[in-house]
Ligand binder design. Structure first.
Ligand SMILES: C[S@@+](CC[C@H](N)C(=O)[O-])C[C@H]1O[C@@H](n2cnc3c(N)ncnc32)[C@H](O)[C@@H]1O
Length: 248
């Protein structure tokens, strides 16, 4: 049986797709309808759903809205107009005792994060995202590779530096076909794509999460020894591992 992952603030499923490719059964939750979400979907408030259902899942991922911390909001809007769902999400996830991954943008108040960029996966997109993971045993595949400039959408739908090898995916991005290809996403509309993370990121993280959690839980005895070894080093990691069900 596949391990089950809860995809909170799922949008149209950029993160969910990567976790599915890594080997998880994925269930998504979003406050808005998501007709293009590729997996089981529930329309609900993420933290209310988490409180009611966390015990049904092996790993929980959360992508709370990033507008409060994004550079664009600082330039064109007021961060105070966007609710802070990041800290409440982190607090709620820690309370569950489950393994978790939280994603957000550079500038967000995250602790002990790993930064991923499209160029680490051979994608032609500059898209830095921060991931806070528990257990904290996850590495990035390589450094960024910004060996050419990135094109940006202009005010009138035109594109600055259209010849550039890379593209920056914001709401003005153009052409959308280049942006979809660069993100590795072909099922979303423009608004969904702009909010998404490339599935390659969570395929990488999910694969490592599965490897590190299954490797040490083939039977109850070994699982217990592993858990007690980690208990000495990290209470939160120990708590996370002890919640794993033996079905994977
Ligand atoms: C950054 S997007 C998620 C993108 C997604 N992870 C992906 O890779 O495609 C954040 C999502 O949070 C949703 N959202 C905002 N407030 C929410 C809440 N209270 N409960 C659930 N979802 C919420 C928004 O509708 C939006 O789809």
């Amino acid at each position: 049986m596949k391990p089950k992952l809860l995809d909170l603030f799922c949008g149209a499923g950029g993160a969910g797709m990567g976790f599915s490719r890594a080997g998880f059964e994925v269930v998504g939750v979003d406050i808005k309808p998501q007709p293009r979400y590729p997996f089981e979907f529930h329309q609900a408030d993420a933290l209310e759903y988490l409180a009611e259902h966390y015990q049904e899942f092996d790993v929980i991922h959360a992508s709370p809205p990033c507008q409060r911390y994004s550079r664009i909001t600082k330039v064109t809007g007021n961060p105070e107009n966007h609710p802070d769902l990041l800290q409440p999400s982190v607090d709620a996830l820690k309370k569950t005792g489950k393994p978790y991954i939280v994603e957000n943008v550079p500038g967000a108040p995250m602790e002990n994060y790993l930064m991923l960029c499209g160029t680490m996966f051979g994608l032609h997109v500059f898209r830095h995202r921060l991931f806070m993971c528990n257990p904290q045993i996850i590495m990035s595949p390589m450094s960024c590779n910004h060996d050419d400039r990135s094109s940006n959408g202009g005010k009138n739908g035109d594109q600055k530096h259209p010849e550039a090898k890379y593209i920056t995916v914001t709401s003005a991005v153009s052409p959308i076909s280049k942006a979809k290809k660069a993100m590795g996403i072909d099922w979303m509309n423009r608004a969904e794509l702009v909010e998404a993370i490339p599935p390659a990121y969570t395929e990488w993280l999910g694969g490592q999460m599965i490897a590190c959690l299954t490797k040490h839980a083939p039977d109850a005895g070994e699982s217990a020894r592993f858990t007690s070894r980690f208990h000495a080093e990290s209470l939160s990691t120990s708590q996370a591992l002890s919640t794993l069900t033996p079905r994977w």
